[in-house]
Design a protein around this ligand. Structure first.
Ligand SMILES: [Zn+2]
Length: 473
């Protein structure tokens, strides 16, 4: 089956230009002017932009956490992603204690393979690194799981020590793999949380006050330095504040192979949101911080200290005692109410996989904070390059997968639970107006989203074997 998208304006990381785009089967066959339709179905994209599908490099679908589970699985999360113009994501496999890396990856395949509706890959979060597991790392790279994540926070559960982090950096650099870190000083945070709880300081704002920006800055600099010692590339996930941005800039200025990501929510929200009566909705780690930090992040994506924008999509219900309807069926998941008046017990995570591109379009491009090309670079092209998916994904070029978004710059939407496809009972951007939304979304040539209509099917998404030696940007 062929599809010809005519009269659109193509937007890539480097160019904006009028052209037709021909999809043949799963691939982009041709980009050019006045392409003949032949037997192709023709879609007129006059007045619209044509973008490569978004890639969200940081998600947690169906993740067990704090006595419950993230409420989007590999079907509902994929549907939401597609409606937001994201056609590919990389999810975190979490190694259980005592598990081999292969077992951990197998567990995530069981969650995802029959549900997937868009394409996806896996990162591998290492929580238990013995010598056997260390030796297993290079084989993961050969099998297409080419990035590892280590947590410097969550003492007593996910946190690893510096020996583990350093060994992983050395081993993965040898294997052409990339280490990612959640950079917060979990030891200091553990002391601060216990102290706050013992003093009865239990409201959600204490989630931020017990995870100060210096704890993020310290861990970021420690990881940057250890990457320098190891000669290894490093990717710092969900950077939230000016102090952490400064550490990445320091490493980059000295020629280290250090990169960073932020997530949509960190551009907009602050500890003030945690002080609201429904502040638990904003509990994620690292925490939302200050307006000055919001501004520092806009600057950091502009000046290329940070190379990607992801979401850390990890939704929990705000009130998991109440059902909501999803695809005509009632669903209910325990959620933020598990905090029960104690911030340290609130499941950490926020929804956002669907919101990322429309919010950045309106509040980034629309407000002059970034160009359309930079949005594509941050949300599509750079994640593909860094994580070994380029040029199959992340751009509009002959031979690439036909992951294509027809973007209507005039389409208006009020963001919120009513218009969202994320399977959760709240939205961080509830009531916000956006102008500019995906109108049609193709994944490998199949039309998944057509206006309000969903054509996706569970099991049609493909797991992606990624390449080693991704780009260092
Ligand atoms: Zn995460």
């Amino acid at each position: 089956m062929k599809t010809l998208i005519r009269n659109g304006t193509l937007v890539t990381a480097s160019d904006t230009y009028p052209a037709d785009l021909l999809i043949d089967g799963e691939k982009i066959a041709l980009v050019g002017t006045d392409l003949p339709a032949g037997d192709a179905r023709v879609i007129d994209a006059k007045g619209k932009f044509v973008l490569p599908g978004g890639i969200d490099a940081h998600t947690h679908l169906d993740l067990p956490f704090g006595g419950t589970v993230a409420s989007d699985d590999f079907y509902t999360g994929h549907k939401a992603a597609a409606f937001g113009g994201t056609t590919c994501h990389i999810d975190f496999v979490i190694q259980g204690k005592g598990e081999t890396l292969h077992q951990a990856v197998e567990n995530w395949h069981k969650k995802s393979d029959r549900k997937a509706a868009v394409d996806y890959g896996f990162h591998l979060a290492i929580t238990d690194l013995n010598d056997k597991v260390l030796d297993e790392i290079p084989s993961m790279g050969r099998e297409g799981v080419t990035s590892l994540k280590l947590f410097m926070a969550y003492k007593g559960s996910l946190q690893v020590d510096d020996t583990t982090l350093f060994k992983a950096l050395v081993k993965s650099a040898d294997a052409g793999m990339l280490v990612m870190v959640h950079a917060e000083n979990g030891d200091a945070i553990d002391v601060l949380v216990k102290d706050a709880v013992s003093k009865g300081r239990l409201t959600p704002e204490w989630h931020a006050l017990t995870r100060p920006d210096w704890a993020e800055a310290e861990a970021t600099m420690r990881a940057v330095s250890l990457a320098g010692v190891a000669g290894a590339p490093l990717y710092v996930v969900h950077v939230t504040c000016a102090k952490a941005v400064d550490q990445i800039a320091y490493g980059r200025a000295r020629g280290l192979k250090v990169m960073g990501e932020t997530c949509t929510q960190y551009f907009f929200f602050s500890v003030d949101d945690l002080r609201r009566p429904d502040g638990a909705k904003w509990v994620c780690s690292p925490p939302v911080r200050s307006h000055a930090d919001n501004e520092a992040l806009w600057a950091a994506v502009k000046n290329d200290t940070l190379q990607t924008v992801a979401t850390d999509h990890c939704p929990f219900f705000f009130d998991g005692t109440r059902e909501m309807m999803y695809e005509g069926k009632p669903v209910k998941f325990a959620g933020k109410e598990l905090g029960g008046g104690n911030f340290s017990k609130i499941p950490n995570g926020v929804p956002g996989i669907e919101d990322r591109m429309p919010i950045l379009w309106t509040h980034g491009v629309g407000k002059g904070r970034m160009s359309m090309n930079r949005l594509v670079e941050l949300c599509c092209t750079n994640p593909a390059k860094i994580f070994g998916l380029y040029p199959r994904k992340g751009t509009l070029a002959a031979g690439a997968d036909a992951d294509v978004v027809i973007w209507d710059p005039n389409l208006r939407r009020k963001m919120g639970v009513q218009t969202s496809h994320q399977r959760t009972d709240y939205n961080l951007y509830e009531g916000w107006d956006v102008t500019g939304m995906p109108e049609k979304v193709f994944v490998r040539g199949r039309l998944l989203v057509d206006g309000e209509t969903w054509h996706g099917e569970p099991g049609s998404g493909a797991w992606l074997k990624r390449s080693t030696n991704g780009a260092v940007l």
